[in-house]
Design a binder for this molecule. Structure first.
Ligand code: MG
Length: 280
């Protein structure tokens, strides 16, 4: 397989990614898919979608969980609503992840991506222990169908994430490394984090951001890839050094402005192709 195929985060139906029509126009052949909501996750829809993908020569590298009720409006909102951490929705979402994994299996995809949310920092707390237990259960469910779990970086420092992955202790749990999220959430410099987490990195997002004046309290600002504080060249150089050769999946989440979204993805695509020539 080609090293570093350029990918993009895409959606069918609702979701923050780009539509498949845009994927086709951009000439991109690998996507991470934002999972459609439950009512759309039928066998029939999956088959229709697969036909469409095959017609335009696109494969899915990761299916990402997207739960109703999640909000990224602010860091506190994220803390309250994202992933498996909120207790009120934990059991229901745990069940839904199994369903998403089943849907991904129909799509022929062997990786499930998730933002699990802000992991509790006290490793001795019952909350943390419960979360570790759920992760093990889900990882085992995925392993039985030959699938992996990719946790998105962002809310944790590299040290905290490493400790959590070690506590979960499952061989099919990995990381989707998003350098911009480290900056947006104020969780640390992305390049050292990437080096530290190298053995777990199995997919990534090419996304960029600028640090906020109050990191960890206020959001940083998401900006087009190559124009922020990530250092795109160093990011790709480091991916090369750690031996990552999977897709470079562009993520630009401004669905309210599809024209700008497409233009900025194209700009990222051009930059990545240039850097690939220089680095590989
Ligand atoms: Mg991301």
């Amino acid at each position: 397989m080609e090293k570093w195929p350029v990918g993009v985060f895409a959606s069918i139906g609702t979701g923050l990614g780009v539509a498949l029509e845009v994927v086709e126009e951009l000439g991109i052949h690998t996507v991470q898919l934002c999972c459609p909501h439950r009512e759309q996750r039928t066998e029939e829809n999956a088959q229709k979608f697969l036909e469409k993908l095959s017609r335009i020569g696109v494969t899915i590298s990761v299916v990402f969980c997207d739960f109703q009720g999640e909000s990224y409006a602010s860091i506190p909102k994220t803390r309250e609503t994202i992933g498996l951490v909120p207790r009120e929705t934990r059991a229901a979402r745990k069940q839904e992840i199994r369903e998403i994994a089943d849907f991904a299996k129909v799509l022929g995809c062997d990786a499930i991506g998730i933002h699990i949310g802000f992991i509790p920092h006290d490793a001795t707390s019952s909350d943390y222990q419960e979360l570790v237990g759920i992760m093990r259960e889900l990882a085992d469910y995925l392993a039985a169908q030959g699938q992996r779990f990719h946790l998105e970086t962002g809310q944790e420092t590299a040290d905290q994430l490493r400790a959590f992955l070690t506590d979960v202790g499952r061989e099919n749990v990995f990381i989707n490394f998003d350098p911009a999220n480290m900056i947006l959430y104020g969780s640390g410099e992305p390049i050292p984090a990437l080096k530290q987490l190298r053995k777990w990195v199995r997919s990534c997002h090419c996304k960029d951001a600028r640090w906020s004046a109050n990191p960890g309290v206020d959001w940083g600002a998401e900006v087009p890839f190559g124009t922020g504080d990530v250092d795109a060249r160093m990011f790709l150089q480091t991916l090369h050094e750690i031996g990552y050769d999977g897709p470079l999946t562009i993520e630009r989440e401004i669905p309210a402005d599809p024209l700008r979204q497409k233009a900025e993805i194209l700009q990222a695509q051009t930059l990545i192709e240039t850097l690939k020539k220089e680095i590989l």
